[in-house]
Design a protein around this ligand. Sequence first.
Ligand code: PRP
Length: 215
Amino acid sequence: MLTFALPTGRSLESCIEILEGAGLPINKLKDPGRNLVIDEGSFRYLLSKPSDVPAMVHYGAADLAIAGSDVIEESGISLVELLDTQRGKCIMAVAGTKQAAMKFTGKACSLMGLKVATKYTRIAENTFNSWGVQIKILKLNGSVELAPALGLSDCIFDIVETGNTLRANGLMVIKETAPVSLRLVAGSGAMQLRWRSMFGVVNSIENYVKGAPNK
Ligand code: PRP
């Protein structure tokens, strides 16, 4: 049996599309109810909070996973990235009000001590550090767009897909920092011990992803 860790929430639909396209059984997965462990044919699917998916693979609970490149990087866990699925595309960006955007037009030193609200503390710190800027981070677990309006931060660092959440909260992208997409990953242990069993599935997913139109 091969075990996949999959993220719950908005990415799950793309994961199901990929697995179905690759010919894996997904009938129960399409309607999991409150089940977090779903056995179908010779596969087990673990439905995990997106930010926990890398850990599921790292600790050996799953052989393979589909996870956002944002959560993989934020986890700091080193995983074997087998494939960029080209699904779940969005960007990581600094965002804020027009007023905040003005600060980014000057030198890096004018950003020193900037208050940044984010759930991606590691990536935010690394990104600003690479610009020569030390920031103050306000760690939030979601709805980070609230922070500037409440005076809690100068800007936010977050993923942007449609931009609707930013617009609805009077914010705009100030600086795009990285593209994000769903990646097929494995832990190094599973790669060493189970590659023979995983190979066929990885190959089918790759064939599907490369042959099917992107969604
Ligand atoms: C993400 C992200 C933004 C929003 C961006 O949040 O943190 O808030 O999606 O998407 P958009 O550009 O299409 O509006 P998510 O919906 O995952 O919820 P969260 O705020 O609870 O993290």
